[in-house]
Every structure is written in structure tokens, then in C-alpha cells.
Design a protein. Sequence first.
Length: 134
Amino acid sequence: MKTRWLGGISVAGVWLALATVAGAQSVLDGVFTDGQASSGERTFQRECSSCHDPAEFSGGRFRLSWVGRTTGELFDTMSLLMPEADPGSLTPEQYASLVAYLFRLNGYPSGEMPLPADSGALHAMPIVQVPTSP
């Protein structure tokens, strides 16, 4: 995603601010369940670990790639490109559980409701930085 700047303010930053004001959930609002993240971890081990290590999707790498974007962009990228040998072969629920697993890896809080497997709904959910402890 290209960042567009308008008078020193990124358009993506303005969009995220407006989404927050409008009451949209961010990934800090407990948008996945522990069970869903655990399911995503099992799916990762079964479907992804032959090519990927979880460290590729956590910490600074994750922040640089995804903070400021939406959960829908992450979901779409995974579901369109992975697994490499058979892109799009997992169910939407499996892709959602993989996203939940990546969120847990990066310290986002779990909640009561599972992350929806609906790309449209996920595009309204910004990925923001996890606050650091004082």
C-alpha cells in the first residue's frame, strides 16, 4: 500500500483516525478468541511451517509490514497468495484463524468473539501498534 501524504499527514493516518472516531474496532479491542488463535497455530504448523517460521510474522517485521493497514488487507494477502503451492485452498475460517494466530504472536489481546472470516468486515478493522508498557 502506498502512503499518500496530504499537507504532512498521511491519508492512511487520517482514515484510521476517522475509523476510530466512528467506533470501528481495532485489533486492540479483543477481536479474536484464544481458541481461534490456537486453531490458527495448528493450521500454521500443518500448512505454513514447511516454508515459514513464526518469527517472520512477529515483532518489528510485523509492525513494519502491517501497522497502519487493515485486517482485511492481511486476510486478503494470505488468502490470495498462500499456501504457495495452492493459493486460496484453505477455508475463509482457516485464514481468519491464521490471522488470529498472528495477532496473538504480536501481543494483541483476545476477546469473546472470533475474528470474522469476512474480508469486507475485516477491511474496517485497522491494525494499530500494541502499546508499550511504561
